[in-house]
Design a protein. Structure first.
Length: 64
């Protein structure tokens, strides 16, 4: 479970960093960076949602 908490922290830091890169790229008109940032943001959000689902399933198994 400790690994999943660390992975969640990593995902949060990555999402915040990617959002900052997204705004920076948009303000500086580097649209290739914006495109990569949008793709990476979607990927990390997908991974985070899967991790949340995995933790929920693991916690319900412990309760039963």
């Amino acid at each position: 479970m400790f690994k999943k908490v660390l992975l969640n922290v990593f995902y949060n830091i990555a999402i915040i960093t990617i959002v900052l890169c997204l705004f920076w790229g948009f303000n500086k008109e580097h649209y290739s960076i914006v495109l990569v940032s949008v793709f990476a943001l979607g990927l990390f959000i997908f991974f985070k949602l899967r991790l949340i689902k995995d933790v929920k399933q693991a916690s319900t198994k412990k309760v039963k």
